[in-house]
Design a protein around this ligand. Structure first.
Ligand SMILES: [Zn+2]
Length: 198
């Protein structure tokens, strides 16, 4: 027996989300049917608004309602340091720590030969362009401690160091294979403070 079309469509939509298989998608779809109508309306509106109202910052690649983003626009931040992360979520994590006051750059991924992701597929060119001004003195590479994250860090260091800019890597109190996203604030703070020159 087939599900009625509306629920089949809903299941199909949930399955497009990462990490959600048909079983979970089916459970979520049936749950949605029983939700309060207002909650469903808010949910649908939030989905549409998030995509419509958010853009990528033309300088750092962070998600933002305004361009440039609030961090890039904040001249009181240390303009000489750029912390490079894999995704916008990592910026939120770093900001929660309240100890880093420099700028950011979002790669929007990492180098991954398996997924066919090369340097031109992530935001490296825009980073190099930012480094052409003389203001930036240090690039802190805060990609995750995965093989791809490490390879990306090494790649960036080889590109950037010849320009006379200091390249550092977060100290690894962060365990191997771990994502910055899941690190607690104390661990992150130690990782930033103990960063080492590459
Ligand atoms: Zn920005």
């Amino acid at each position: 027996m087939q599900y009625p079309e509306p629920i089949a469509k809903l299941i199909e939509s949930y399955m497009k989300l990462p990490g959600i298989g048909s079983k979970t998608a089916t459970r979520l779809a049936f749950y949605t049917i029983d939700m309060q109508q207002d909650d469903v309306t808010d949910f649908a509106k939030a989905l549409i608004a998030a995509q419509r109202d958010l853009h990528y910052c033309s300088i750092c690649g962070n998600i933002t309602e305004e361009d440039p983003c609030l961090i890039c626009a904040d001249k009181s931040r240390d303009q000489s340091t750029v912390l490079v992360v894999e995704g916008p979520k990592d910026i939120m994590t770093m900001e929660r720590m309240h100890e880093y006051h420099g700028l950011y750059h979002v790669l929007q991924g990492v180098l991954s030969p398996i997924e066919g992701k090369g340097p031109e597929d992530i935001n490296i060119a825009s980073l190099l362009k930012r480094l052409q001004n003389d203001v930036i003195k240090e690039v802190i590479v805060a990609t995750n401690a995965t093989p791809e994250g490490e390879a990306t860090a090494t790649y960036l260091s080889r590109l950037i160091k010849p320009a006379g800019i200091k390249v550092t890597r977060l100290a690894h109190g962060l365990s191997v294979g771990s994502d910055i996203e899941y690190a607690d604030e104390m661990t992150l703070l130690k990782a930033v403070e103990g960063r080492q020159e590459m």
